[in-house]
Design a protein around this ligand. Sequence first.
Ligand SMILES: N[C@@H](CCC(=O)N[C@@H](CS)C(=O)NCC(=O)O)C(=O)O
Length: 197
Amino acid sequence: MKLYFAPGACSHAVHLCLREANATFDVVKVDLRTKKTADGGDFTEVNPKGYVPTLVLDSGEKLTEVSAILQYVADTFPAANLAPAAGSFAKYQWLEWLGYINSELHKSMGALFHTDEAGRPAAVARLEKQLKYVEGALEGRTWLVGEQFTAVDAYLFVIASWSKWVKYDLSPYKNITAFVARVADRPSVATARAAER
Ligand SMILES: N[C@@H](CCC(=O)N[C@@H](CS)C(=O)NCC(=O)O)C(=O)O
């Protein structure tokens, strides 16, 4: 299995989950600006959308889109418990988080990388509405769904961690800040970060 990634990008969520699952895989760094892989290849030949993450299976089949790949990793490595059991109500709550993080938070935090000064207040206002919701949802909870770390926690961790790059102060959100620190302590984070350097 081969994961195409960019350091700290949303592909990091997939990377963390593969580490959590003790999967055997290679990583290939992509320059998102030039769309070149570390060995000089044309990344758009791997994924015509030009996005990381992209997962290439040993069979040669490819998967793109964070939400599809996280589900694939969770299903392929069930012992890692990266998603609740199929058919359980918790699984639908997990899918609810996956959808929310992917279509709302990822987009809103991501927008701050590209928004100019004039557009920033509106972008921040949208993001804050979403962060307030997440802050409330984490009240009294360790993880987003159930009692253990799952793939949606990895995804939230990566998106929330972008705050330092976009100069957005997360400290007023005590639950989110504590959550980020909790995930950062997991051995998979140190291993994935080292591999992405
Ligand atoms: N719809 C895609 C979006 C993935 C995405 O936004 N990837 C970013 C990195 S976090 C990217 O590769 N951006 C490259 C670009 O915008 O050209 C998904 O959910 O996987």
